[in-house]
Design a protein. Structure first.
Length: 342
């Protein structure tokens, strides 16, 4: 799609910011304007929007956004929603119209809970770890092409969290993704404190251990500035798995090559959830998607994609048996949540 390709070509790679084994390349565009929407976090804080279970009984793969405000609301792919019957993440980026109710496709990131902790969801200050976002994006693209539905692979999401809990020695009574962030809070915030937005920045491209891992690109500096801490946390939680190693740094040429690879990807378009058009990327070793509204790219996320069985394995190799054992411990939880969807 020309809108995405033109936005990528207009993005200039800025001076990288380094901390330990994580490098962030600012993506700059001096001609970007101001957003004509507000973020979900702001809308919930202002009480102009709320997110709840779709019904009293709930449905694992769907939530309800009630936007009572006068502004459209932006929900970020991978943004974590906490509370209600179990924590979820948004499957894709959504622009919900003002004064509307929108059913949001989500994935569960807390397999061991199916009971109300609150009536409505809060918006957490983190997004799903980036390798989980990459696998989820690839699964969503496959589902859209095969069935026209916006679901990810829920079993893959749970297995990815379980495997990461094992690699990071995380204990969680409800198999919650949130626990890996909370138990590594200090180390993650060390990363967050080192990355600041710069003038004209509308996106960010991350590298871990010298290898480009993924990027997020927005239509406005204000949106990037608001989302940057969440995105840093998303990549930092994966960088922590190899932070003890000698740090390597990626260069600007590698960043530019990744942008070119994304721009050259095949793009399929589907009706957006809410406003705009959802665009899915298809290219070797690249997974992702974006949201276009009119002639404007609202958000694009693209990741280096190794496939579900390789995610994270190059960092801290652990016994496959141990990982499978942990996944087996959650099997009853998964079955219970699947049953709740019927």
């Amino acid at each position: 799609m020309d809108t995405i390709t033109n936005s990528l070509r207009a993005a200039e790679v800025g001076q990288p910011q380094h901390f330990r084994n994580l490098t962030a390349f600012p993506l700059l565009h001096s001609g970007a304007g101001k957003p004509d929407y507000i973020t979900l976090s702001k809308a919930v804080q202002q009480e102009t929007a709320s997110i709840s279970e779709i019904s009293e009984g709930g449905s694992v793969p769907n939530l309800l956004l009630d936007n009572k405000g006068d502004e459209d609301v932006l929900i970020l792919d991978g943004e974590e929603l906490i509370g209600a019957k179990q924590n979820r993440v948004a499957n894709l980026t959504i622009l919900a119209a003002a004064h509307s109710k929108t059913v949001i496709p989500v994935s569960c990131v807390e397999a061991g809970r199916w009971s109300y902790s609150s009536r409505n969801f809060d918006v957490s200050e983190r997004a799903m770890f980036h390798r989980g976002r990459a696998a989820k994006a690839a699964a969503l693209s496959q589902n859209l092409k095969a069935t026209g539905t916006y679901g990810a692979d829920q079993g893959q999401v749970w297995d990815g969290i379980a495997a990461k809990h094992v690699r990071m020695d995380v204990e969680s009574t409800t198999a919650a993704m949130a626990d890996m962030y909370e138990q590594n809070h200090g180390s993650i915030e060390d990363y967050v404190g080192e990355y600041k937005s710069v003038d004209d920045q509308v996106g960010v491209l991350f590298a871990i251990d010298g290898e480009i891992e993924g990027m997020d690109l927005f239509d406005a500096h204000a949106t990037l500035e608001n989302m940057l801490p969440k995105l840093v946390r998303s990549f930092a939680i994966d960088a922590l798995e190899s932070a003890h190693r000698e740090s390597k740094q990626a260069d600007g040429e590698a960043a530019s090559r990744f942008l070119d690879r994304v721009a050259a990807a095949h793009m399929d378009s589907y009706p957006g959830i809410g406003l705009g058009t959802d665009v899915r990327l298809s290219a070797p070793l690249v997974a992702g998607g974006g949201l276009v509204n009119g002639d404007k790219l609202i958000h694009l996320a693209a990741f280096r994609n190794e496939g579900p069985d390789q995610s994270g394995n190059r960092n801290e190799q652990r016994s496959l048996f141990e990982t499978r054992l942990r996944s087996h411990r959650y099997s009853r939880m998964r079955r219970r949540n699947k049953d709740s969807d019927h």
